[in-house]
Design a protein. Structure first.
Length: 154
């Protein structure tokens, strides 16, 4: 009786190599996905994107610059909803003359826990006004409100 010579099975080696290559490719795709494409900041949806990013980052000064003059002048500071794990997705934009409405979908993740986090999703609406040729936010969904008077809540 002869003992095996210890040669590896070539079929098994090929299968393991293919699986390893797929795993490496998947990791590369996941870790090289960049931030969402920047929208044109002169458009209503671009202003909403910039404003949302500023609020999420805690950059109040940048967010304030994107509000209408009326809201800025009468701003009674409001602390926005904790936004560390929020995602905003553009749904639609409607422009009528000097006014615009940007509909978004807002996803919030509540974090960890023994069974993982839970996700809450809602629809939100930003209203914008053209001031001096630039779009400015007049009202924002409650998760992104930084002034109590945003949206006529004076």
């Amino acid at each position: 009786m002869q003992t095996p010579t210890g040669k590896p099975d070539r079929t098994l080696l090929v299968i393991v190599s293919v699986i390893a290559a797929v795993v490496v490719l998947a990791l590369i795709v996941v870790f090289t996905r960049g931030a969402p494409a920047a929208l044109d900041p002169s458009t209503p949806q671009g202003v909403v994107q910039s404003y949302s990013q500023a609020v999420i980052a805690g950059d109040r000064a940048t967010a304030m610059d994107l509000l209408t003059a009326t809201v800025r002048e009468k701003c009674d500071r409001a602390d926005p909803y904790p936004t560390t794990s929020q995602r905003v997705t553009l749904v639609s934009t409607t422009v009528t003359g000097h006014n615009a409405v940007v509909q978004v979908s807002i996803s919030s993740n509540s974090g960890g826990g023994p069974f993982g986090g839970s996700e809450y999703q809602s629809e939100g609406r930003f209203t914008l006004v053209s001031e001096g040729g630039s779009w400015r936010i007049d009202s924002a969904p409650w998760e992104f409100t930084i002034c109590y008077n945003q949206g006529g809540n004076e």
